[in-house]
Design a protein around this ligand. Structure first.
Ligand SMILES: Cc1cc2nc3c(=O)[nH]c(=O)nc-3n(C[C@H](O)[C@H](O)[C@H](O)COP(=O)(O)OP(=O)(O)OC[C@H]3O[C@@H](n4cnc5c(N)ncnc54)[C@H](O)[C@@H]3O)c2cc1C
Length: 367
């Protein structure tokens, strides 16, 4: 392990989920030496449990800068799919996305839906043709976009890990970081097995990022999400976005997700949570009543007080940084945020990251 100043890695990353892995790939791809320390028996927590809908959520539409950034993130993810799948195996499937909007949603978003070009309004026969098997309430209005994508989080992470290996990233699994501290001209990283050093440290520990001794002041906390994988003979051809998502998975299964719960660090599935999801699924697609729930998952999304990722120097530190808080869009936005973060770390160019992601804003509750 690097311990003498001459062997210092340029960067140590605390946490190797999709966010840490994408950042490790970006930094090492530009010549930096990178050490990733991850506490799990395998890397990724939320990443491995995600539903996998890679579509910007309309909840961000009123923040034009951030919504635009998420749309750009989708293009970066498309580029990842094209670049990584031929070499590391398929982890995605393209599907149209159908958004079911209630009148109050339409009032909230106003003209933005058409101005931003979220999709095409469809109704009548056109709607019926696009949504075989679904039972859609006539009280909603429907927007269809062709550019939806489903991503298997574990498969995506494996592909990025493959790139990290090829680029010489040092990866230490099963290593829990207890404290990160600036120590003269380096940064000390206290683990259960001793203290390591790196020039700079980036905390990419997902929901654990604001833990004691890490990026404490940045307000990242866990939000539990539950989802279910249903095996069925029925065919679902689009991603339905309504109260929850109902989506064709990367294999043949149908995915229903996900709850958003404040349950601290409790990360098991509950009867109530899964019950809500299954009720939604069978109401939206009655043929799923005969489906078999083959997998139930719960995980902790990292969320911040601003509702945006937190990216930049931890306030009061020169050598300790954070990239976390990707909420329910981490598969969609990990690459884009890692590219912006790498530009900041390597070239002091922070322009690619929306201002609302700056850690100095994180405690202020900027909407
Ligand atoms: C049920 C559910 C559904 C979701 N659906 C979607 C979706 O449809 N679309 C989408 O884009 N996103 C979705 N997400 C969100 C997405 O999964 C997350 O935003 C993303 O995976 C966060 O990645 P991460 O790398 O920050 O965190 P994680 O994947 O949680 O990785 C954090 C890593 O840090 C490590 N770590 C923690 N503490 C320490 C420490 N002290 N020392 C060392 N290592 C540490 C952990 O072992 C872990 O490997 C969903 C999440 C859940 C739970």
């Amino acid at each position: 392990m690097p311990s003498s100043p001459s062997a210092l890695p340029d960067f140590a990353l605390v946490g190797g989920g999709i966010v840490g892995a994408c950042l490790a790939e970006e930094l090492s791809g530009q010549g930096a030496s990178v050490l990733v320390l991850d506490s799990g028996t395998e890397s990724g927590h939320a990443t491995n449990r995600a539903a996998g809908v890679a579509v910007p959520s309309l909840r961000y539409l009123n923040d034009r800068e951030f919504y635009g950034w998420l749309r750009a993130a989708k293009l970066d993810l498309d580029a990842d799919v094209a670049r990584l799948e031929p070499r590391y195996g398929a982890f995605s499937v393209a599907r149209p996305v159908l958004r079911a909007l209630r009148e109050p949603d339409i009032d909230t978003y106003g003209g933005l839906l058409d101005e931003v070009g979220v999709g095409t309004w469809i109704a009548g026969d056109e709607l019926a043709a696009a949504t075989t098997g679904l039972k859609l309430p006539p009280s909603r209005r429907y927007l269809l976009a062709e550019d939806g994508l489903m991503v298997d989080g574990r498969g995506y992470l494996d592909a990025v890990l493959g790139r990290c290996r090829d680029q010489g990233v040092t990866w230490q699994q099963g290593c829990t970081v207890r404290e990160v501290r600036e120590d003269g001209r380096a940064t000390a990283i206290r683990t259960d097995d001793g203290t390591l050093h790196a020039d700079r440290v980036v905390v990419t520990a997902g929901a654990w990022s604001s833990g004691k001794g890490l990026a404490e002041s940045t307000g990242v906390r866990p939000q539990r999400g539950q989802m279910a994988v249903l095996r069925t003979e029925e065919t679902l051809t689009c991603i339905l976005s309504s109260a929850y998502y109902l989506a064709p998975g990367v294999g043949d299964d149908v995915i229903v997700g996900a709850t958003e719960e404040d349950a601290g660090f409790v990360s098991h599935v509950t009867t109530e949570g899964i019950g809500q999801l299954l009720r939604f699924a069978t109401t939206a697609m009655p043929g799923l009543a005969d489906s078999v729930p083959v997998e139930l998952r719960a995980g902790l999304r990292p969320v911040s007080d601003t509702g945006r990722p937190v990216a930049g120097a931890v306030p009061g530190h020169d050598r300790v940084f954070v990239l976390a808080g990707h909420a329910g869009h981490g598969l969609l936005s990990a690459r884009m945020s890692a590219k912006g973060m790498a530009a900041g770390l390597l070239a002091d160019d922070w322009d690619a990251l929306p201002r609302s992601m700056c850690p100095a804003h994180a405690r202020g509750g900027v909407a």
